[in-house]
Ligand binder design. Sequence first.
Ligand code: KIV
Ligand code: ZN
Length: 500
Amino acid sequence: MRKLYIFDTTLRDGEQSLGITLNVKEKLVIGRQLVKLGVDIIEAGFPASSPGDFNSVKTIAKEIKGATICGLTRAVEKDIDTCAEALRDAEAPRIHTGIAVSPVHMAKKLKMSPSQVVEAAVAAVKRAKKYVSDVEFYAEDASRSERDFLVEIVSKVIAAGATVVNIPDTVGYSTPWQYEELISYLKNHVSNIDHAVISIHCHNDLGLATANSLAGIRAGASQVEGTINGIGERAGNTSLEEVIMAVYSQKNLYGVDVMINTREIAATSRLVSRITGVAVPSHKAIVGANAFMHASGIHQDGVLKERNTYEIIDPEVVGIPRSRIVLSARSGRHALKHRLEELGYTGVQENLDDIYAKFLELGDLKSEIFDDDLHALMGNATKEVNGISIKQLSVTSSGAAHAAATVTLEIDGQVSSDAACGAGPVDAVFKAVDRIVGKTVKLEDYSLKSVSRGSEAMGDATVKIRYKNSLVVGRGISTDIFEASALAYVNALAKAAHIE
Ligand code: KIV
Ligand code: ZN
């Protein structure tokens, strides 16, 4: 069996296309978790696209070891030079350069003839090769290109030194049989194809990204590209966790082995959702909240008699513990530590006193503490975010049109209060915070959902604000939904404060 290389582009195709600006710290946290998951390649960004992206790629290249760090470029000299500079400290650097190859992209977007495109592609690979030995070439919109032209350009970039050739279904147009046939065609017609790894990169416009990726692997691709939770442009990219578990479940069907620490999948999915603010639908394969729930009586009866009657994957394999212990304020430190470790948290013992104190605070407010509450507690159930803490918050409301809020914040040790009226209590809270912080931002999105069950469940608020052209996400969790909203807003404002 050949090894299937896992290429994660959550930080590039995922982040960039959502229009969300993740800060370097957030990217590092995700990058470190991707290494724990065991991905082979992390595409950290597009360094020439902005100074912020350059800085992120540079920091990730320097700090993260244990995976190849890759940067994207166009087939443009300046992009390649900038990318090489950003990757300078990487343990294993890769430059991912390329150009569009479909008739519509070449004629209308690039305004270049096919021979000019080939020339630019070869020159780009040669330039990248001057800096690094590992060069991946992408043939953008390959699935809508002309076969002979694709064969020509792929052969020429391999001859120029490309070690990986990426054949994207950029607009999610293919069907699995077309994509399988396309990869087979290249295998049979590109004479030097054995000198490079074939990579597949699919988008989900028709809901076929996972199916197309699996078809590509069956046809001989040894690298699959995608994102965690399938986040990405339009309908998203291939969900890596889906491909990984499909291959894991039926290796013989694909002839590849996937060397991934599958037990980190659930934790990685939660982390990416928390940091990007993109919720995972409850019915999402592998990582959705209901993916391993059995509701109907017949199914429950079957699973109790024999798990695999209705369960094709053991949830523990993807990091979801089977036993559903419910803790309460009466639970001791040992039970809490045991459960947190079962949920995949490490280093609990060292911080147990702090965690237990927060747990008891929560236990005073909620009679039962579920796994989701524990994730929230370990994530950000704190009243302090990035140097700003909420000291006091009160809201009065008599109908949506008559709401008022008073907020007291401590910012870097200085306490300030203000009050505002608003079109509803959340609006009033945000306006009071605005008056204290004194920053002009545009609220793009606000959502609130409950963590776990019951009317005493914690509220999980997500806020997206636009500041100087960047979209910034903030998240807050509390048993008081107004406090959760204020925390999320303050969290986003604190992050925005670091944008130049
Ligand atoms: O979808 C695509 O074609 C891409 C390339 C830039 C690799 O993301
Ligand atoms: Zn893409």
